[in-house]
Design a protein around this ligand. Structure first.
Ligand SMILES: N[C@@H](CCC(=O)N[C@@H](CS)C(=O)NCC(=O)O)C(=O)O
Length: 205
């Protein structure tokens, strides 16, 4: 089986993909990238991810970057873990929508609020529209539960759940009761608990 290597830094968005790897349950190696020492700007790492960012995943000879793409890839590549919604299943549409909604709506809405532009952009010009609508849409989606697609936990929960966890942890997103209840359910997952534990050890080392 081709080897899986995660290029990882903690705390960072690469913990999203580490959570996904723990959910998949396949063995993987961690290659630490020190952002503070600038490893991510060194030529050997830029050959892996020319964006100079973590995470990156190497699977055999294939390199995948962008946390949402990595989660989608792993879910499809290791279907035994039942973290994807296969082609042909009508839930595949909403599944993909949430995988894209995290990086293309929640994240820019959150970061634009944290680092406002000098001139406010027109709502129509922003892919996510406006912050409040994004929050309302996500709150409604996670309110019923237990997971975003209902009973099945999928890669979409790793992506959306990580965004909400990170956003609330750093006070960048409101602590809406729908978000805290959903994140609380996700916190029960042994795979996420393992990642938090391992990342804590790495941060302390
Ligand atoms: N769109 C990327 C964003 C990755 C990203 O911004 N990673 C940050 C860490 S959270 C990083 O590597 N920052 C280092 C830098 O830009 O110098 C993804 O979702 O994978």
């Amino acid at each position: 089986m081709p080897k899986l290597t995660l290029y990882h830094a903690t705390p960072s968005r690469s913990s999203v993909t580490r959570w996904m790897l723990e959910e998949i349950g396949e063995p993987y190696d961690v290659h630490l990238v020190s952002l503070s020492k600038g490893d991510n700007r060194a030529p050997d790492y830029l050959a892996v991810n020319p964006m100079g960012k973590v995470p990156a995943l190497k699977h055999g000879d294939v390199i995948i970057t962008e946390s949402g793409a990595i989660c989608t890839y792993l879910a499809d590549e290791f279907p035994r873990a039942k973290l994807n919604v296969p082609i042909g299943d009508p839930r595949r549409g909403p599944y993909l929508k949430w995988l894209f909604f995290g990086p293309s709506c929640i994240e820019p809405a959150m970061m634009d609020r944290a680092f406002p532009r000098k001139e406010e952009a027109r709502r129509a010009a922003l892919g996510y529209g406006d912050f409040d609508t994004v929050m309302d849409v996500v709150a409604k989606a996670v309110s019923k539960g237990p997971f975003i697609l209902g009973e099945q936990f999928t890669a979409a929960d790793v992506v959306i759940g990580s965004g909400l966890r990170f956003g609330m942890m750093f006070k960048l997103l409101p602590e809406r009761p729908e978000f805290t209840a959903y994140v609380g359910r996700l916190a029960q997952r042994p795979a996420l608990q393992r990642v938090d534990e391992k990342d804590k050890e790495l941060a302390a080392a």
